[in-house]
Design a protein around this ligand. Sequence first.
Ligand SMILES: C[S@@+](CC[C@H](N)C(=O)[O-])C[C@H]1O[C@@H](n2cnc3c(N)ncnc32)[C@H](O)[C@@H]1O
Length: 249
Amino acid sequence: MSFVVRHVVPWIKVALAQILGLACLFLARDYLAGNALASLLLVGVAASLAGRILGLSIYWIPLQLLLPFALVYSDVIPAWAYLTGFVLCALVFWNSATGQVPLYLTNTSTWAAIKALASQSGARTFIDLGSGSGGGVVFLAKANPELDVTGVETAPLVYLLSRLRVAILARKNAKIRYKSIWQEDLGRYDLVYCFLSPVPMSEMYRKARKEMRPGALFVSNSFAVPEHEPDRIVDVSDARKTRLLIWKM
Ligand SMILES: C[S@@+](CC[C@H](N)C(=O)[O-])C[C@H]1O[C@@H](n2cnc3c(N)ncnc32)[C@H](O)[C@@H]1O
C-alpha cells in the first residue's frame, strides 16, 4: 500500500464525512431550532456513520465526534490544549491511522495461557509483535527466566514507557526495541505472538511462513488469517472469551 493511500486517503474520507454531516444538519435545521449542542452532535454522529460507510475504521469515530465541537469552540479552548492532546494521541496511537492497528492490551489470563504454551512447546525465544506497554514482555520474562523475550514497538510514547518498565524490572531476558513488526526477522523465534487487527493478518502470516523455522509457533490473539485455518485453538477462560489461534510452521 503506498504512502499516499495509507496516510492521505483516510483524511480525505474524514473531510467528506464531515461535509455529509453538515448536509444532515442543513436538512434537519428546522427541527433543531438553533440548539448548538444538538446540532454539533448531529454533525458528529452523521459524520461518524458516513465515515464507516466510506470504509474508515471505528477508531476514527472519536475524532469525527469531536471535530465539529473543536471547530466551533476553537476560540474558547486554547490552541496549546489541542496541540498537546493531538501530540499525545499521536505518540500513543501512532499505528492506528496508518497501519490500522490500535493499542489495546492482552489480559493476564491470556499471558498465562501463552506462558503455558511456551513451556509445553519448549520455546526458548519469544517475540511480541507490537509489544504495546510491555506487559507481556515483563510477564513472560519474569515467569520464565529461561525464555529470551523480545518486544518490538513503534508508537513512541508507548515504546518509551515500556522500555522504562523493563529497565526498572532489570530482567536480563527481556528487551524491547524500537522497530517495525515488518522489519523484524522472525527466523530466530520459537514462538511469535501478535495481537494486531484483521487488517495486517494475511501479510503477517505470509511473512511468518517465509521466515519462521519449521516447528516454530505463530500465535494470533483473536484475529484469523483468511483462508488459513489454525492448527490449534486455545480458548482462554477470561471475560472476553479470548481465542489464541495457533499455526505450526
Ligand atoms: C493491540 S496492541 C497489542 C499490544 C501488546 N502486544 C499486547 O498484546 O498487550 C498492538 C500494538 O502494536 C503496535 N504496532 C502496530 N503496528 C506496528 C508496527 N508496524 N511496528 C511496531 N509496532 C506496531 C501498536 O502501536 C500497538 O502497541
